[in-house]
Design a protein around this ligand. Structure first.
Ligand code: TRP
Length: 331
């Protein structure tokens, strides 16, 4: 059993890409490892969100992760800012994080390019806060995408550097968690091979989407000028629709449309209609659960409280030991 930790950005609704990607794995993983999942709201301050937006986003993410199947009784699901011990560890780690290495970080350079008027110190030390998130629970495995690998490497650097400086073997080095099953690639509706919230409008189907919105997006999905001649090669946008169909429709349905594609009798409109209805059926229980949870503030409060309690217990122990290692002593 490993201690696994994942930080969740507190922006944006979950889409089917997230669902078939990381989230289904989180739901499974929570029964196999000691899992910490937290909503990274301190991190979101680097872009200065309005107070109301900050809270609304955190709440939304909490609701959708619960709806998707994270069990707060099994995993430790918490909000980063409910665990101020993280901020203390961040302060301590900052003393051993060097300006040069932070400036060389790819994500920092990208932010400098994207928001030149807001290059704040929080942005520069973002990887230090992320390291604190991870090592505060002495987590060894972190499920991350490609874009976070450099941050994870920096977390290892900070953990090892702490150990070396104080001649201890205290923090284990965290490594990427690789899911044992292949991650399912969910294509977008705009002809691109990836469903993502930052792609073109209408590219993603969100778990909270209403049936009407799903129908509209699917009916507008990119196809091609086909069908061509029997046996013709499938274009990427059409292959995307088939791949989406494989996720939400029955094998018979997929087979039926594949056959009509091969015979070049397919009508993309019919296929989209079917795909839309199957997506609606698939997301309906999730959406229903999202609506239920959204209305249940008492339950959300209980979940957040329980998560904070469990996370702080682990964080407090680390801070106590780290203070002792560094040499802070009570009189
Ligand atoms: N930086 C991560 C992202 O943008 C979010 C994150 C914050 C995180 N702290 C973390 C991820 C700790 C893993 C571990 O997605």
């Amino acid at each position: 059993m490993e201690t696994v930790l994942s930080g969740i950005r507190s922006t944006g609704h979950l889409h089917l890409g997230n669902y078939f990607g990381a989230i289904r794995n989180f739901v499974k993983m929570q029964h196999e490892h000691r899992c910490y999942f937290f909503i990274a709201d301190y991190h979101s301050l680097t872009t200065h969100p309005a107070p109301g937006d900050l809270h609304r986003n955190v709440r939304q993410v909490l609701v959708e992760y619960l709806a998707a199947g994270i069990d707060p009784e099994v995993a430790t699901l918490y909000i980063q800012s409910d665990v101020p011990e993280v901020a203390e560890l961040y302060l301590l780690l900052n003393m051993n994080a060097y300006k040069g290495e932070l400036e060389r970080c790819t994500s920092f350079k990208e932010k400098v390019r994207k928001q030149p008027d807001n290059v704040n110190a929080g942005l520069l030390t973002y990887p230090v806060l992320m390291a604190a998130d991870i090592i505060i629970h002495r987590a060894t495995k972190v499920p991350v995408g490609k874009d976070q690998e450099q941050h994870l490497e920096m977390a290892r650097t900070f953990a090892n550097r702490f150990n070396r400086l104080y001649k201890v073997d205290y923090f284990p080095a965290p490594y990427a968690f690789n899911f044992d099953n292949e991650l399912v690639k969910v294509p977008g509706l705009d002809g691109s091979t990836k469903m993502g919230k930052s792609e073109a409008e209408g590219n993603a189907i969100f778990l909270a989407d209403e049936p009407g919105a799903i129908r509209k997006k699917v009916m507008r999905a990119t196809t091609d000028s086909g069908p061509g001649i029997p046996g013709e090669e499938m274009s990427q946008p059409v292959e995307n629709l088939f791949n989406l169909m494989r996720l939400v429709s029955t094998a018979d349905t997929v087979e039926h449309f594949l056959e009509s594609f091969q015979q070049a009798t397919i009508r993309y409109g019919d296929m989209k209609k079917q795909l839309a209805e199957d997506m609606i059926r698939f997301t309906a229980p999730l959406r229903e659960r999202i609506l239920e949870l959204e209305a249940d503030t008492d339950y959300l409060k209980k979940v957040a409280g329980m998560g904070a309690e469990k996370a702080r217990e682990s964080a407090r122990k680390t801070i106590r030991e780290v203070r002792e290692i560094i040499g802070f002593k009570p009189f």
